[in-house]
Design a binder for this molecule. Structure first.
Ligand SMILES: Cc1cc2nc3c(=O)[nH]c(=O)nc-3n(C[C@H](O)[C@H](O)[C@H](O)COP(=O)(O)O)c2cc1C
Length: 321
């Protein structure tokens, strides 16, 4: 695949578990993100204005919940930097986890690699908060980096009046942590961002299709409305069942021995939607004799996130001349 998003940076959500203006945790979070490798784009996502989680509000969720969920959905991993309150995590952070984890089955955290840094001006390194957070990752299904661990005690002594880290040892520790976290994210999500990974899968599915096998395509075609298909024949179809049926029927016109390549000119994902547009080059065996035919299609596909998975909601393909 010629992929325009191949060099895409990884989006890292940073959640700080303190709302205090002079928070040590936030200062440490800034010191960490300042030392992040170039491939990580760090984005502080604020949690202080999230209304307390109440399942009764899910029918018409508060705008702040929706914005928070959408922001996390755009990210590839989450870094938690938190103080310890009463040997656990502060309520604001637990609330953010609860908001992001619901509605049931639609958690925005599911599968995202996590890193934890606990911070305290006291001596014990906020171990209790660090591990209380790790406990939630089991049910949230977030693979958390195990090593290096980061329990930052005596935070007041580590930072100067401007919030910068004083010693080169601390700076090196933070930089090493971010480097290890980058490796962890790439190991856990080898395809890079979730849509980049999906697009690699999409290419394989296209290959199956031009070999007459629509099984893998079926798994990514939406069964929800709206669904549309502007086919290479010039017609257009509407409705999830109609479109899915047509994809299956059209696949039967291909014989084994075909190949295809997606030349992606643009691809992007944001919130609930993702798209790619470009050229699909194919060498397909069609018709009674299965003679190889070269073709290039101009393609735009739109995907919708449904239960955490990208589903094909629209395809426009027509022959390039
Ligand atoms: C409600 C509350 C509970 C606290 N409990 C702990 C604790 O269990 N362990 C600890 O090391 N510090 C505890 N502290 C002190 C915090 O570490 C300290 O206030 C710290 O500055 C908070 O982090 P921040 O600077 O990022 O806001 C507590 C503070 C508050 C307000």
């Amino acid at each position: 695949m010629t992929n325009a998003t191949e060099q895409a940076v990884l989006q890292l959500a940073v959640l700080v578990g303190s709302l205090r203006a002079q928070s040590f945790s936030r200062k440490i979070a800034k010191a960490l993100t300042a030392r992040a490798p170039d491939s990580l784009r760090c984005r502080f996502i604020e949690i202080g204005e999230l209304p307390l989680y109440n399942e009764d509000l899910e029918g018409d969720p508060p705008a702040a919940w929706s914005a928070f969920r959408a922001a996390i959905r755009e990210c590839d991993a989450v870094l938690f930097v938190t103080p310890e309150y009463n040997r656990s995590i502060p309520g604001c952070l637990k609330n953010a986890l609860d908001v992001g984890s619901r509605p049931f089955g639609k958690s925005v955290f599911k599968g995202l690699p996590a890193g934890v840094v606990s911070v305290t001006p006291n001596k014990l390194g906020a171990f209790g908060a660090n591990h209380a957070l790790r406990q939630t990752f089991v049910f949230l299904d977030m693979p958390v980096m195990q090593q290096p661990e980061a329990y930052i005690g005596n935070a007041a002594e580590l930072l100067d009046a401007n919030g910068a880290v004083k010693s080169s040892d601390t700076a090196a520790f933070l930089e090493n942590f971010m480097g290890a976290f980058e490796t962890w994210i790439k190991t856990t999500r080898p395809g890079g961002s979730s849509f980049d990974a999906f697009m690699k899968q999409r290419e394989k599915i296209a290959e199956d299709y031009v070999n007459g096998d629509a099984t893998s395509l079926k798994a990514i075609v939406t069964h929800s409305e709206p669904a549309t298909f502007f086919s290479p024949r010039g017609d257009h179809l509407e409705g999830a069942d109609t479109v899915a049926g047509r994809y299956e029927r059209d696949a039967t016109s291909f014989h084994e021995g075909g190949s295809t390549d997606l030349e992606v000119l643009q691809a992007s994902a944001s919130g609930e939607l993702a798209f790619w547009t470009g050229l699909q080059h194919a060498r397909a065996r069609m018709g009674k004799n299965g003679e190889p035919t070269e073709m290039t299609l101009r393609v735009t596909e739109v995907f919708r996130l449904e239960d955490g998975a990208f589903k094909l909601a629209h395809r426009h393909a027509d022959p390039a001349h």
